[in-house]
Write a protein that binds this ligand. Structure first.
Ligand code: NAD
Length: 317
């Protein structure tokens, strides 16, 4: 079977591609290697996959509908994991048009081309940040999630809704996965784990929202990837499914764990939480457990230890 993975050179996309390739599937990946963070990291991810002969990596932009349609015409694609996006809540505040273009219009291109190709299953990456500052804890899929705090979650929620119209009108099988704070080896350098690990070496000051008294439901990459593969394997009609660990910890505790692995203190500065960011992310993952057999297996201590070990080797420490 042939899978299309958009954002295939990114953090989650490259790990999903690797697991599919390992089980012998054919994978077509598309990525535009943009500079939201150092593209050399994305090139490194792509190089890590290049040894698999069943991989085709296309360098291009999902906003280019002709290209997206050509990819479907030239490859016998059955299932799609649509992971390409402009990520990051705070960056989206200053680049609303870009985030809507890539995350909504880009998703529209993928949905249109998938409709034409009659694909069997479409998995759409969404985010826990669609829940905004909801008072319903833990976050549950029955929440309306209609009060996004910034363009990034608004673009993702809009794509979720758009995807539903394809299910309604042409019977497309769509599973929306709301990821929660994914971390692990070769993670994103704009996210806290990498920034904090860098800070243990550079001494750079790190801003802690609300003095570290915010909570995040960190989910280890291998757990997330298992959930994505389960979703690809099992068309369910149209479902929105939270994919998170279900065990939020405070930022202060998170920092302490990294300091302990690094054996170095981080220079911290307490700042107010910006209005774009929620005080907590907290996943009710019972639907993922029921429908996808999802069972997150990696604790935050174990996951951060593995991430630190990767980081230390990557930096040659
Ligand atoms: N990492 C997380 O904690 C997290 C949490 C919630 C949701 N998500 C979502 O999961 C998906 C993957 O995230 P990630 O953390 O791997 O981010 P990432 O930035 O590492 O991966 C996204 C990839 O998409 C590519 N891309 C961006 N715009 C593109 C375009 N116009 N055309 C082609 N490729 C393009 C990027 O170059 C990048 O390689 C995204 O949809 C993101 O919004 C991630």
């Amino acid at each position: 079977m042939t899978y299309l993975i958009t954002g295939g050179a990114g953090f989650i996309g490259s790990h999903v591609a690797e697991q599919l390739l390992k089980r012998g599937e054919r994978v077509v990946a598309i990525d535009n290697f943009n500079d939201y963070y150092d593209p050399a990291i994305k090139r490194g991810n792509a190089e890590g996959l290049a040894s698999y002969s069943q991989l085709k990596m296309v360098e291009g932009d999902i906003r280019d509908l002709d290209l997206v349609e050509r990819i479907f015409a030239e490859n016998d694609i059955s299932r799609v994991a649509h992971l390409a996006a402009m990520p990051g809540v705070r960056a989206s505040v200053r680049q609303v048009r870009l985030y809507m273009d890539v995350n909504l219009t880009g998703s529209l291109n993928l949905l249109e081309a998938s409709k034409g190709a009659g694909i069997e299953q479409f998995v759409l990456a969404s985010t826990s940040s669609v829940y905004g500052k909801t008072r319903i804890l833990p976050f549950v899929e029955t929440d309306t999630a209609d009060r996004p705090l910034a363009a990034y979650p608004a673009s993702k929620r809009a794509a979720e809704l758009l995807a539903h119209t394809y299910h309604n009108l042409v019977g497309m099988q769509v599973t929306v996965l709301r990821f929660f704070n994914v971390y692990g080896p070769a993670g994103r350098p704009d996210m806290m784990p990498w920034k904090l690990m860098d800070a243990t070496q550079s001494g750079e000051q790190i801003k802690l929202f609300n003095g570290g008294d915010i909570h995040r439901d960190w989910t280890y990459i291998a757990d997330t990837v298992r959930g994505v593969l389960a979703a690809l394997d099992k068309p369910l009609g149209y479902e929105i499914i939270n994919l998170g660990c279900g065990a939020p910890i405070s930022l202060s505790d998170f920092v302490e764990i990294i300091e302990a692995y690094a054996g170095a203190a981080i220079n911290k500065l307490a700042v107010p939480t910006p209005p774009s960011d929620p005080p907590i992310t907290f996943c009710d993952n019972s639907k993922a457990r029921d429908l996808l057999g999802f069972a997150p297996a990696v604790s935050i201590h174990d996951g951060l230890r593995r991430t630190w070990e990767w980081y230390a080797a990557y930096r040659g420490l």
